[in-house]
Design a protein around this ligand. Structure first.
Ligand code: G
Ligand code: G
Ligand code: MN
Ligand code: NA
Length: 253
């Protein structure tokens, strides 16, 4: 396991890097955005995945400087990407970041430093954050909404059975967890029951839906038939280094 000191050095030595995974509109199959996913590039060029160091960062508090770096880097890249195409760049926020006062000010600072419109930066939080009965979370949430930053719920459907937080916190998008996508089968109508319920609820609440982890045409077709609006997954694009994403973007046009 990676230690706090390893990670501290990674931050100081600029060893973190953002990969980008494309997101598409279902109807047109056009590229509409990308999720920024952090990687740790070792001096030998190998990559360490976030699952191996984000938990350490969260336990040690290093997620605060790390998360701030991610926000700044995402805004820097967004400002470059927006010169090519109108896109939305999605960034994962840790619960630790959401619970710390001042997040909205940091976001506002990065947006203005790189001249990125707030509508172009989407912030992803998990359900557990919104279940928090915390004034800080509510305040940050309200500030981000006021600024016009889109908010999405990541891994939707896996967290909590109570949905009452959806009334308290207006979000723009539900990201349907890939566990509900991988079971989709065109010859089994029941396989889509949960995805269908999420899409129906999102529509009633005027939220968008994006399905994660789409790996096959069959899943794509099922989601299209259910009225899902956007998809992300290996079928149409893996997370890739920034330069590769720029090439990918240019090849779309
Ligand atoms: O490709 P993948 O292994 O990148 O991502 C694994 C997990 O790591 C995902 O659940 C994702 O939410 C999380 N993750 C990726 N990048 C970040 C980040 O910048 N900040 C936080 N808090 N989590 C991230
Ligand atoms: O933040 P989140 O938990 O949604 O992170 C996305 C994770 O899903 C990352 O680890 C990313 O590499 C992974 N991922 C993206 N597309 C696919 C896919 O089509 N299939 C699978 N199995 N994983 C995917
Ligand atoms: Mn995510
Ligand atoms: Na997810």
């Amino acid at each position: 396991m990676w230690t706090e000191n390893n990670l501290r050095r990674a931050l100081a030595n600029n060893e973190l890097e953002l990969f980008f995974q494309p997101q598409f509109a279902v109807g047109s199959r056009r590229l509409v955005g990308a999720e920024a996913l952090v990687r740790w590039r070792q001096p030998d060029g190998s990559l360490i995945m976030p699952g191996q160091f984000i938990p350490v960062a969260e336990d040690t508090g290093l997620i605060l400087p790390l998360g701030d770096w991610v926000l700044g880097e995402a805004c820097r890249r967004a400002s470059e990407l927006l010169k090519h195409q109108d896109l939305l760049i999605a960034v994962n926020l840790s619960a630790v970041q959401m619970r710390r006062p001042g997040l909205a000010d940091r976001v506002a600072g990065w947006l203005s430093a790189y001249n990125v419109p707030p509508e172009a930066l989407e912030l992803e939080v998990t359900e557990s954050v919104l279940m928090d009965d915390s004034d800080v979370v509510a305040e940050t949430f309200a500030q981000l909404r006021e600024m016009g930053v889109p908010l999405a719920i990541d891994d939707f459907g896996t967290g909590y059975s109570s949905l009452s937080y959806l009334k308290r916190f207006r979000v723009d998008k539900l990201k349907i967890d890939r566990s509900f996508v991988c079971e989709l089968k065109s010859d089994d109508p029941d396989s889509g029951a949960i995805a269908e319920a999420i899409i129906g609820m999102a529509r009633s609440l005027r939220m968008q839906t994006l399905a994660e982890g789409v790996e096959t045409e069959e899943q794509f077709t099922c989601l299209a038939n259910l009225g899902c609006e956007q998809i992300q997954g290996y079928l149409l694009g893996r997370p890739m280094p920034y330069d590769d994403f720029v090439t990918f973007l240019k090849n779309q046009a």
